[in-house]
Design a protein around this ligand. Structure first.
Ligand code: IPM
Ligand code: MG
Length: 355
């Protein structure tokens, strides 16, 4: 029997509820395929700050580094909003990404057929959308120095080296080669020097991928095009902050931010998490949608463990569950036959794991 070591970081808010469903589904698929997952739980975010004074305790980082992959829920909450930046829950996550060197964040946006009316956009605009946002995750303005907040002035630095741009662009081109072979690189090259370098470097790398059609778009236009005609995109390649913003926007194409998973890869150990936050307003009520986290577990199986069959079975089980009309409250108005709680949704998906 194959076995893997998974670092489980549930985090704050709805994190614990949704992560429990993801491990439930992983265990169901493991049972079918004879794979054993050994989970070790670690603290990160607000809960870690409360217990240890540090949003990313050393033990968590060590645990992550000695695992095959990290499954993560969500962090943050209003009660920590006024903490100094380095103690905020978000700083824990940002440091984890940076220490693990997971520079490539993959955020697939797919429409489940049964939910094409759930989008705030018209059905004909969204049906059939299948795009992948490739977001640079360990550089750019999130990490650039100098950075400082003074009394009446504050600044950050958006910085990218050519090497950083090339390595994330390479990931985007490689992914495009397995998809529709189109990459749209998003920047602000009409205003920012860092974007000029971004564009030049992406163009240069593109020569190594003659089969891939490369286009460039300014980020403001891309934000508009995503809601005007999202089907025009295959792979969107972009930097850290633009990717953060565009992926939240793109999630609405799918109808609920509770559906979209992500994979952060390219470094020492991969991190898998839903793209949504900790939703403190609904925490503890068992109404959160666990699908984004379950789909993140599927990405974990695929990208970190190379268990493609297990990953496929999870994707199929999610699709079947939605097809059968099971919905958490966020999607109750769209073809629901049965409204279910977070843990019921997880159980139905686990039960739908096929052979
Ligand atoms: C995300 C989140 C994080 C980010 C926050 C929580 C630091 O918004 O994963 O998209 O900005 O990267
Ligand atoms: Mg975000």
């Amino acid at each position: 029997m194959k076995s893997y070591k998974i670092a489980v970081i549930k985090g704050d808010g709805i994190g614990p509820e949704i992560v429990d469903e993801a491990t439930k589904v992983m265990d169901a698929v493991g049972k079918k395929l004879d794979i054993k997952f050994n989970y070790n739980e670690y603290l990160m975010g607000g809960c870690a700050y409360e217990q240890t004074g540090n949003p990313l305790p050393d033990e968590t980082l060590k645990g992550a580094l000695s695992s095959d992959a990290v499954l993560f829920g969500s962090i943050g909450g209003y009660q920590w909003d006024s903490l100094p930046r380095e103690l905020r829950p978000e700083s824990g996550l940002l440091r984890l990404r940076s220490e693990l060197e997971v520079f490539a964040n993959l955020r697939p946006v797919k429409i489940y057929h049964e939910l094409s009316s759930a989008s705030t956009l018209k059905e004909e605009i969204v049906s059939g959308v299948d795009l992948m946002v490739v977001r640079e995750l360990t550089g750019g303005i999130y990490f650039g120095k100098p950075r400082e907040k003074l009394e009446n002035k504050a600044y950050n630095t958006m910085v990218y080296s050519k090497d950083e741009i090339r390595r994330i662009a390479k990931i985007a081109f490689e992914i495009a080669m397995k998809r529709d072979k189109r990459v749209c690189s998003v920047d602000k090259a009409n205003v920012l020097e860092v974007s000029q370098l971004w564009r030049d470097s992406v163009k240069e790398l593109a020569k190594e991928y003659p089969e891939v059609e490369l286009s460039h778009m300014y980020v403001d236009n891309a934000a508009m095009q995503l809601v005007r005609n999202p089907k025009q995109f295959d792979v969107i390649l972009t930097g850290n902050i633009f990717g953060d913003i565009l992926s939240d926007e793109a999630s609405m194409i799918s109808g609920s931010i509770g559906l979209l998973p992500s994979a952060s890869i390219g470094g020492k150990v991969g991190v898998y998490e839903p793209i949504h936050g900790s939703a403190p307003d609904i925490a503890g009520q068992a109404i959160a949608n666990p699908i984004a986290t379950i789909a993140s577990a599927s990405m974990l199986l695929k990208y970190s463990l190379n268990e493609t069959k297990a990953s496929f079975l999870i994707d199929e089980a999610i699709a079947k569950t939605l097809k059968d009309g099971y919905r958490t409250p966020d999607l109750s108005e769209y073809g629901a036959k049965k409204i279910c709680k977070t843990h019921e949704m997880g159980s139905v998906i686990a039960g739908n794991i096929g052979e």
